[in-house]
Design a protein around this ligand. Sequence first.
Ligand SMILES: [Zn+2]
Length: 310
Amino acid sequence: MRLPLRLFPPLPAPVRTASSVPAGKLDFVPACSTTDARSLELLQDFVSRFRRLFVVTGAGLSTESGIPDYRSEGVGLYARTDRRPMQHLEFTGSGRSRQRYWARNFVGWPQFSSHQPNCAHRALRSWEDSGKLHWLVTQNVDALHSKAGQRRLTELHGCAHRVTCLGCGTITPREDLQRRFVSLNPDWSAQAGAVAPDGDVFLEDEQVLNFRVPFCEQCGGVLKPEVTFFGDTVNKATVQFVHKRLAEADAVLVVGSSLQVFSGYRFLLAASDRKMPIAILNIGPTRADHLAELKVKGRCGEVLSVIQPL
Ligand SMILES: [Zn+2]
């Protein structure tokens, strides 16, 4: 199909200032500068051809909400800092590691929890409303899809807004734990200037030593974010559930993920085995580029906001 003409004015268009662009088309203007019209048209064709899209999202979707990803060249956490994500065994095996982790998480929480969905999250929510999106699997733990109102959603790696007890499995809101941190550590403070955009902060060991970490109120067990740390595996029942949703879909769209982590990549392998068409929207290269019939380079929000769920 052809895109509605209003999305693609004849080129070359005169240079227009923002004030001359109707408010409803502002979203289109930046998209034109980074992703060419032909790529947008091909992606629109892909989205229009299928009725039950299985969408996989990753950190690239949330960078436009101010949350950095891990691997982007120059701007990702790995490139900018020497910080690395918490490893599962480090967290479960060391009280000192947990104390350091929670102290940093406590300081970063007000900022991290305040991030809001961007137009990419809102676009995918609207695709769900219009019946275009069959299921969405995200590797993100930032809750931005659920904040946008997405319901047909699996958070593959859990969610940082929930806390689980390693003893009894009770799930509690992260916000409740923040209140317990405050009451247990009334005189404890850290320098807020060191807060990183992902909620992690750097603290000196002396600062961490006095931070008190509460245990589960039900059983006294160790509390952990309900997040799959590196070195841990995704719950098998969750993986099986997602495979079923994939089998019900008719095409796969990857948005903002390099798919370097196997937990997400496995669904691309399964889709390829099923001969399902695959499209990828991402700024950089991905592990599944060779499996895709279409690869579009671009910012998720800019591109998705001009794609219609027709
Ligand atoms: Zn417990």
